[in-house]
Write a protein that binds this ligand. Structure first.
Ligand SMILES: [Zn+2]
Length: 152
C-alpha cells in the first residue's frame, strides 16, 4: 500500500519504473483525443468541480484515457466532497508518477500516468485510513471499464 511517506520519497528520489512506456507526439495525441481530453491530459488542465456523473456501478477499473493502462480500482473510489473523483490507492505502485507542482502559489504533488505521462490531478495526505491518501483526479483523464463477468 502506498502511503504519504512513499509519495514524498518518489517526489524527492525518483519514481518506480513503469510497467511499459507509451510515447506519442502532441500531434498524434490530438488525433486520438477530444479537445477537452487533450487540454486536460496533455496540457495539465483541470475540469470544473462537480462536472461528472456519479458512477453507481459496483466493480470495474478506471483506465488512463490516453493509453488504456489500468490505474484505479472501483473499490478504491470514495466521495471526498471535493467535486472530483477521489481514490485511496492506485492498482499498483508503479502505475503513477509523482512530481512536485509549485503552480498557482501552492506546493502540491502532481500525479500523472507513469506509462504515457497523461496528467491526472494531484494527491493529498488527507484521505481515509488505512492509506490516508486522496488521489484527486480529473474524470476526463479516466475511462471506466465495468467488470461484466462477475461469478455468482
Ligand atoms: Zn496513460
Amino acid at each position: 500500500m502506498i502511503k504519504w511517506r512513499d509519495v514524498v520519497k518518489f517526489v524527492n528520489h525518483g519514481n518506480p519504473e513503469p510497467p511499459r512506456k507509451v510515447y506519442k507526439t502532441d500531434e498524434d495525441w490530438k488525433k486520438v483525443l477530444s479537445p477537452v481530453q487533450y487540454k486536460i491530459t496533455r496540457k495539465k488542465g483541470t475540469e470544473p468541480p462537480f462536472s461528472y456523473l456519479k458512477n453507481e456501478l459496483k466493480s470495474g477499473v478506471y483506465k488512463c484515457v490516453c493509453c488504456g493502462e489500468p490505474l484505479f480500482d472501483k473499490y478504491a473510489e470514495f466521495d471526498s466532497g471535493s467535486g472530483w473523483p477521489s481514490y485511496t490507492q492506485p492498482v499498483a505502485g508503479n502505475k503513477i508518477k509523482y512530481e512536485k507542482d509549485t503552480s498557482h502559489g501552492m506546493v502540491r504533488v502532481e500525479i500523472s500516468c507513469n506509462v504515457c505521462g497523461s496528467h491526472l490531478g494531484h494527491v493529498f495526505p488527507d484521505g481515509p485510513e488505512p492509506s490516508g491518501l486522496r488521489f484527486c483526479v480529473n474524470s476526463v483523464s479516466l475511462r471506466f471499464e465495468p467488470l461484466t463477468n462477475i461469478q455468482k
